[in-house]
Design a protein around this ligand. Structure first.
Ligand code: ATP
Ligand code: FE
Length: 361
């Protein structure tokens, strides 16, 4: 099977053609970080305009790289949600139109399901059920993945996502965004700074460590960000002095990593309470490309008797491959959608269970 996947839920316009044996036959991703960086965050209207301009180009380029035509495809998969409405509208309209004109099956994909399933393409270890930690720019979720459409959410963030926290702390340190090819946002730059820093100089408390919240598998990152903002306002560090930047980055990364690990340990415990014997721990989303985070989760997985599996960094951040791969997984089960589907801006993963997908006649 060969499926074209289209993604434009946020600020990347991406397409890929993937085969059911996990080969990437063609792939194109146009980033917009240079467009949004000067605004200090993603501007939805600008993002949608760029998707409109770039979507036909990435589709054309991907087909060309694969040496294929639309008629050679078995299905077209699109990100249906969640995400920015005007951005989602572009990939949904493009995919529906291509599929309808060529009478190809259409598959609407949940963006976070695609992040969660990505590791099944890159590693044969990832069999159902598995524990999954999605640590991205918009989400911080721990899930038990029982199968396609079958998710139990264990923990979610009560405020900011971990990626958002990395980006906001980077802003306090006046660290610029860098190319999304390295993972998007300012996370990679912050990770690089942290390598040269002393995490104990500005030691930060691990979030939700007090008695009232220590037992909850949820996450919270806004406190760390606020604390660093205060520290800057009180001139406890100078954001243009490199050693200060490095020490704050190291302190933040250490506290964030410990928090992720503690809450993921609780997710393992919750899975055991549910009598689910997980095959591995998957970590995906941009923050899963952070080496300190990976090392810490690897130790945790090992102490729970399983492996940690992370897709390569380029497949942890947004891409067309994950949408195409999720499309293949759904196509195999006959989970197709009518050409009339619309995007879904807010879409809890657990809702997939009850959405009553029916194979198209
Ligand atoms: P969502 O899928 O939740 O809508 P997204 O797809 O936009 O969000 P991703 O592209 O998966 O998010 O991840 C981007 C985030 O990951 C950014 O916040 C970025 O700073 C962070 N990130 C990327 N690389 C690293 C890294 N090496 N260390 C820490 N954070 C990182
Ligand atoms: Fe994403």
């Amino acid at each position: 099977l060969r499926v074209l996947g289209l993604e434009s839920s946020c600020d990347d316009t991406a397409a890929a053609i993937v085969s059911s044996d996990g080969q990437i036959l063609g792939e194109t991703n146009v980033h917009q970080h240079t467009v949004h960086e000067q605004h200090g965050g993603i501007v939805p209207g600008l993002a949608a305009n760029h998707h409109l301009k770039n979507m036909p180009l990435v589709v054309h380029d991907t087909l060309k790289k694969a040496g294929m035509q639309i008629t050679d495809l078995d299905a077209i998969a699109v990100t249906r949600g969640p995400g920015l409405p005007a951005s989602l509208a572009v990939c949904v309209a493009a995919g529906k139109t291509l599929a309808a004109v060529h009478a190809k099956p259409l598959i609407g994909v949940h963006h976070m399901e695609a992040h969660a399933l990505m590791a099944r393409m890159t590693s044969s270890v990832v069999q159902f059920p598995f524990l999954c930690l999605l640590i991205s720019g918009g989400h911080t979720l721990s899930l038990v993945v029982h199968g396609i459409n079958q998710y139990t959410m264990v923990g979610t963030t009560r405020d900011d996502s971990v990626g958002e926290a990395f980006d906001k702390v980077a802003r306090e340190l006046q660290v610029p965004w860098i190319s999304s090819q390295e993972g998007g946002g300012a996370g990679p730059a912050l990770e690089r700074l942290a390598r040269d820093g002393d995490p104990l100089r500005f030691a930060l408390p691990v979030p939700m460590d007090k008695a009232d919240s220590a037992a909850s598998p949820d996450f919270s990152f806004s406190g760390l960000k606020t604390r660093i903002k205060r520290m800057r306002e009180q001139n406890l560090f100078n954001p243009v002095v490199r050693q200060d930047q490095a020490d704050v980055a190291a302190a933040f990364q250490l506290a964030a990593t410990k928090h992720l690990r503690k809450k993921t340990a609780l997710a393992f415990r919750r899975a055991r309470e549910m009598h689910v014997d997980v095959t591995c721990l998957v970590a995906s989303g941009g923050v899963a490309s952070n080496l300190a985070v990976r090392e810490s989760l690897e130790q945790l997985a090992t102490s729970n008797g399983v492996d940690l599996v992370c897709p390569p960094p380029s497949l942890c951040t947004d891409n067309g491959v994950m949408i195409a791969w999720a499309g293949i997984e759904r196509l195999k089960l006959g989970l197709l959608d009518p050409y009339t589907i619309d995007f879904i801006q807010r879409w809890p993963l657990e809702d997939l269970k009850t959405m009553g997908y029916r194979p198209r006649a």
